[in-house]
Design a protein around this ligand. Structure first.
Ligand code: EPU
Length: 432
């Protein structure tokens, strides 16, 4: 087990380089299953979710070659079956993209129900299943397995209206539709940058997908995907997390390798709080010297304020003057981390989907836990802002989605270190 120890109260100064987008990588790696040839993927983030997905592909027979630290060649042409490794699948959410990819390629898929961050509410896949079924698949969920098949012949194009603009369902249906006969039209789709990135990747490999980034995506199925090179977009949420960190801790950070347009929803809110944000072509300079103002934030589907930035912005608002209200508009609940902030002296009340934050003078270091990936990032921000020492447990979650968070923060002046602690079993053995 690893924990982070942060001595807070130091402003951040310098430059930080943003890595490739996690939520694009975890969809594009399974999408390589549809390609008959080598896909060279550049700007791959070195995070544990990516490692796990690459291991799933390897165990299925794919060739994965590391070209350099950020570039991989993936060749799935030798994969001969549609059953993915059960153990690894249950540990990550994005393993569900293998359902669409395997169903598209083999007409069948046997995969474990996905794991991943647990916000305290069930994470359904009914919209994925609805899309696959409309294309002629039969999907059963039993004993922790998703079993999809096409007993009545190959998948065919269909008109599908999503009840919610789900990122996962949009991408998964797109993957299955790439080899379906005819045209698939998906309405009320997610418009997140990583959805567009997956469509661009598939098109670069030879697919015919139009409309990604709008409300309707059309896929003309049946084209052979033959391979090629593709560079992932930078991670919007990683960039947003550093923006929030400097907003909270103070100082000035040049955040490099970003697409400023993707950051608009976050930039706007930080500016309302009194933070200065200057945009360059592929970088943004974020500075905060004065006090923070209270604001209200409602998370929503892109281009709304991302739910994956909700814990981080809430943490910064704990130090803003006055009362701020956060409304979670995507998940039923995502406030498990609030209990940890309370240990640090924050004043937050949760009422259903709302969190009411009364700003306090300062946070105080404490021993806290990362309940999930973004909650963990929020704890790091809290630790950077707090007086005294904060110890964060459960950082495996953080390392699933952030490339070298500790190293990147150290470089910009944070006093943060990662220490290995023996787990309880090991300790007992040693004591015994
Ligand atoms: N939903 C349904 N039915 C479905 C699918 C989703 O009702 O079949 C609902 C969910 O319950 C939720 C909403 O639709 O209320 C949005 O869920 P979505 O499917 O968009 O979420 P996801 O695909 O499971 C991805 C990201 C999450 C991010 C959400 C929302 C990946 C691997 N995960 O999850 O990212 O919170 O979209 O933007 O792309 C994170 O990176 O920390 C993270 C959790």
């Amino acid at each position: 087990m690893t924990k982070y120890i942060i001595k807070g109260g130091r402003p951040l100064h310098g430059e930080v380089e943003i890595s490739g987008a996690k939520n694009a990588a975890v969809a594009i790696i399974p999408a390589a299953m549809l390609v008959d040839g080598v896909c060279r993927i550049e700007n791959i983030p070195q995070i544990s979710d990516v490692t796990m997905l690459l291991n799933i592909l390897r165990r299925m027979g794919a060739q994965v070659r590391t070209v350099d630290r950020h570039t991989m060649d993936i060749d799935c042409s030798a994969v001969r079956h549609a059953k993915a490794d059960f153990d690894i699948m249950t540990r990550i959410r994005a393993s569900y993209y293998l359902i669409g990819a395997l169903l598209g390629r083999f007409g069948e898929a046997v995969v474990a129900m996905p794991g991943g961050c647990n916000f305290g509410s069930v994470r359904p896949i009914d919209q994925h299943v609805k899309g696959f079924s409309a294309m002629g698949a039969q999907v059963e969920v039993k004993n922790g397995l998703v079993v999809a098949s096409t007993p009545d012949g190959p998948l065919h194009g269909a008109d599908i209206y999503l009840d919610v603009a789900s990122v996962g369902a949009t991408i998964n249906i797109m993957l299955a539709a790439v080899f379906a006969r005819g045209v698939t039209r998906i309405e009320n789709v997610a418009r997140e940058p990583h959805v567009v990135d997956v469509a661009n990747f598939l098109n670069a490999m030879g697919a015919d997908i139009r409309g990604a980034g709008t409300n309707v995506i059309k896929i003309r199925g049946g084209r052979r995907l033959t391979g090629g090179s593709y560079a992932l977009i930078p991670d919007q949420i990683e960039a947003g997390t550093y923006m929030a960190a400097v907003a909270g801790a103070g100082g000035s950070l040049l955040i490099k390798n970003v697409i400023p347009k993707h950051m608009d929803c976050i930039t706007g809110k930080l500016e309302e709080m009194g933070v200065t944000v200057e945009e360059g072509e592929d970088e943004i300079l974020v500075s905060r010297t004065g006090p923070l103002r209270h604001i209200n934030v409602k998370t929503y589907y892109y281009p709304g304020f991302p739910t994956d930035m909700q814990p981080q912005i809430a943490t910064v608002l704990c130090l803003a003057q006055g009362t701020s209200i956060i409304t979670e508009g995507v998940w039923d609940t995502r406030y498990k981390y609030v209990g940890e902030l309370l240990k640090m002296g924050a004043n937050v009340t949760v009422d259903g989907r709302k969190a009411i934050i009364q700003g306090v003078e300062c946070l105080t270091g404490a021993s806290v836990k990362a309940w999930d990936l973004r909650a963990g990032a929020a704890m790091v921000i809290a630790g950077l802002c707090a007086q005294g020492t904060t110890e964060i447990e459960g950082v495996d979650y953080i390392e699933r989605g952030y490339v070298d968070l500790v190293g990147k923060l150290k470089k910009v002046g944070a006093d943060i270190r990662s220490v290995d602690i023996p787990d309880e079993d090991e300790q007992e053995i040693k004591i015994g």
